[in-house]
Design a protein around this ligand. Structure first.
Ligand SMILES: NC(=O)c1ccc[n+]([C@@H]2O[C@H](COP(=O)([O-])OP(=O)(O)OC[C@H]3O[C@@H](n4cnc5c(N)ncnc54)[C@H](O)[C@@H]3O)[C@@H](O)[C@H]2O)c1
Ligand SMILES: [Zn+2]
Length: 364
């Protein structure tokens, strides 16, 4: 069975390595796996949209091994990634006398994964958490790597913690119920992995766009497995974004965050913003002479084949207001703009000190 091991040996601290299990039907292994860890009690935090389907499959697996499980449903959508929602969950966990022996199980997309991870990191100074990602975005990205958190009015993900899960159960079958637009949004991150680290994956995507869009199980397993392995590999080498490696994952994201902020959260899906952001970043790299037009073109054609957008709606914000947002981004360094830019397909560099005029040009 495909199994990806994320190695975090921890030096003098405890080993925090874990497995990412990618395959159809793997939800059924949650009960047996947790029982193997001696777990007796769980809190299942589940996205309300999948409570009756994938949530109940998780409960069935847990209860099949006599593991006590109580569910807290989280309303769907980014609006739930708040301190208020975390507080509601903390209170109901306290009410149920949750203690350090209780494990948290997160079932849903990145919203529930990030929120549940944060609740687990903070409640009783830290409970073990398991991730059960049910969106493509969560399967290829957010469930892996231990970044958890909530949004503030002042910005996304401003409060949070690094808190690694004990394991990730990635059940490809859960994607069957995912709306098309959400599915395609996740594909933007997959294209990103090809661009930053894996030219072979990129070429494979070019040849299989139709079977991916048709959600062919074999194609999906391959895409998710490869993406998860790439993300895990990056996290292993740079867990806390300290040596620049994890920063490569931000390819397209400086632009994307500006589009998302300018359009108001929720108007544009994250992956859609990333798709547009990668197109901007590639054009920026071309204008700086770092790549030729062929690279911009191949990326554009792949994004189009996957029915991802290349430009923000015309009614959107001015280039200057987008640049102002980028300068406020927590990833920008004192007044200059910093971007992850491709040097070929499968390779990117972190480039500092980029002139606002060059950025304005690709936004205009
Ligand atoms: N922690 C990280 O490293 C990391 C990385 C990337 C993104 N994120 C975060 O992830 C969030 C976005 O995650 P997302 O794109 O998964 O969004 P999401 O969690 O909001 O899920 C998208 C939509 O799909 C629904 N849904 C989930 N699973 C479904 C299923 N199987 N069938 C039908 N509907 C389903 C949800 O109810 C929601 O409406 C953002 O908050 C972002 O900041 C975190
Ligand atoms: Zn992203």
């Amino acid at each position: 069975m495909p199994r990806i091991r994320l190695h975090l040996p921890g030096g003098s601290g405890p080993d925090r390595s874990y497995d990412i299990l990618v395959r159809p039907g793997v939800i059924g292994e949650i009960g047996p796996t947790l029982a193997g860890y001696g777990v007796r009690r769980t809190v299942v935090l589940v996205d309300a949209a999948v409570e009756a389907t994938h949530g109940s499959a998780v409960l069935e697996s847990l209860r099949g091994k006599n593991i006590d499980a109580f569910t807290i449903a989280v309303p769907s959508g980014e609006g739930s990634k708040t301190v208020d929602e975390a507080a509601r969950i903390w209170e109901s966990m306290a009410h149920r006398a949750v203690d350090r022996q209780t494990h948290v199980v997160a079932v849903g997309g990145g919203v529930v994964g990030d929120l549940a991870g944060f609740v687990a990191a903070s409640f009783a100074r830290g409970l073990p958490v398991w991730q059960v990602p049910t969106t493509l975005m969560a399967q290829v990205d957010s469930s892996i790597g231990g970044k958890t958190g909530v949004n503030l009015a002042a910005g996304k993900n401003l409060v949070g913690a690094f808190w690694q899960p004990l394991g990730v159960f990635t059940d490809i079958d859960t994607l069957v119920t995912l709306p098309d637009r959400e599915f395609r949004s996740g594909l933007a991150e997959v294209v990103k992995y090809g661009m930053i680290l894996d030219g072979e994956l990129f070429s494979w995507l070019e040849g299989h766009a139709e079977s991916i869009l048709a959600r062919n199980a074999g194609a999906l397993t391959r895409v998710v497995e490869r993406s998860a392995a790439i993300k895990a590999g990056v996290v292993e080498k740079d867990e806390r974004e300290q040596n620049g490696l994890r920063a490569a994952l931000n390819y397209g994201h400086t632009f994307a965050h500006a589009f998302e902020t300018a359009s108001g959260y929720g108007a544009m899906l994250h992956g859609e913003a990333v798709s547009i952001g990668m197109h901007c970043a590639a054009r920026l790299a071309e204008s700086l002479g770092r790549i030729g037009p062929d690279v911009v073109d191949r990326q554009r054609r792949l994004l189009e084949a996957l029915r991802l957008p290349l430009a923000a709606p015309k009614s959107g914000s001015s280039p200057d207001s987008l640049i102002a947002i980028m300068l406020r981004d927590k990833k920008s360094v004192a007044g200059t703009l910093r971007f992850v830019l491709p040097s070929r397909i499968g390779r990117v560099d972190l480039v500092d000190g980029i002139d606002a005029a060059a950025v304005r040009h690709v936004l205009g």
